[in-house]
Design a protein around this ligand. Structure first.
Ligand code: 13P
Length: 251
């Protein structure tokens, strides 16, 4: 069976003080032993969070990394090898906010995915369609294209050391959650796409749902056969709410 994962993407939120409060809240949560829990603070707060969560079974990841894995002359960027040195174990790649607002295309996403893995980090590949694409009936082809970009460039086997997050753009930060059936349809399609290349790998890869996940909606989403947990934005800034979502993914 796939081990569920619940990850909190803090996005561009937090101050030193609010991060202290959030770490304190997280350390007080009873987290299920059968769920992998992770948080993704801003790059600025990564070290603070790694230090603050020592001894707690919560992994720490970054929200982005450079296309170049090793340190070098690349002002403003953070190398995957630096994240690894900081004891990060995960990194988001291809989040829709970076794709749409910062112009990241599949080619850049693929390079970041490869950079992450070459430094021993697990990339969390974010994919998802816009509202217009859904209304035009293009959801499955858009998502398949984003997954295929990685398979075509790096091969399907790289997904043995990666996580996929399906995040419909229209559900992010809007309070609109995909129904469990809508999400399941896309998750099943992603798994089938991988299975066409490697059935065993497809059965083992974790596919998280993201987009306005809240404690009230989590259990039903996580109960779907191909939904292996969640990538949580806004609700992950509240430790009690995030803890409840983590518990919803447990048995
Ligand atoms: P929200 O949970 O705030 O909709 O954000 C989802 C997301 O983008 C996580 O990466």
């Amino acid at each position: 069976m796939r081990r569920p994962m619940v990850a909190g993407n803090w996005k561009m939120h937090g101050t030193r003080a609010s991060v202290v409060t959030l770490i304190e809240g997280l350390t007080q949560q009873v987290l299920p032993a059968d769920v992998d829990v992770a948080v993704f603070p801003s790059a600025l707060h990564l070290a603070q969070v790694v230090d603050g969560l020592v001894g707690k079974a919560v992994a720490v990841g970054a929200q982005d990394c450079a296309t170049q894995a090793e340190q070098g002359a690349l002002t403003g960027e953070v190398a995957a090898s630096q994240l690894q040195d900081l004891q990060c174990s995960l990194v988001l790649v291809g989040h829709s906010e970076r794709r749409s607002l910062l112009g990241e295309g599949d080619e850049v996403v693929v390079r970041k995915f490869a950079a992450a893995q070459s430094s021993g980090l697990q990339p969390v590949l974010c994919v998802g369609e816009t509202l217009g694409q859904r209304q035009a009936g293009q959801t499955l082809s858009v998502v398949a294209g984003q997954v295929a970009a990685v398979i075509d460039a790096l091969g399907v086997a790289v997904f043995a050391r990666a996580v996929i997050a399906y995040e419909p753009v229209w559900a992010i930060g809007t309070g609109l959650t995909a129904t469990p059936e809508q999400a399941q349809e896309v998750h099943a399609a992603i798994r089938a796409q991988l299975a066409a290349k490697d059935a065993q790998l497809a059965n083992e890869v974790r596919i998280l749902y993201g987009g306005s996940v809240k404690a009230v909606s989590a259990a039903e989403l996580f109960g779907m056969p191909d939904i292996d947990g969640g990538l949580v934005g806004g609700a992950s800034l509240n430790a009690d709410e995030f803890g409840a979502i983590c518990r919803a993914a447990g048995n």
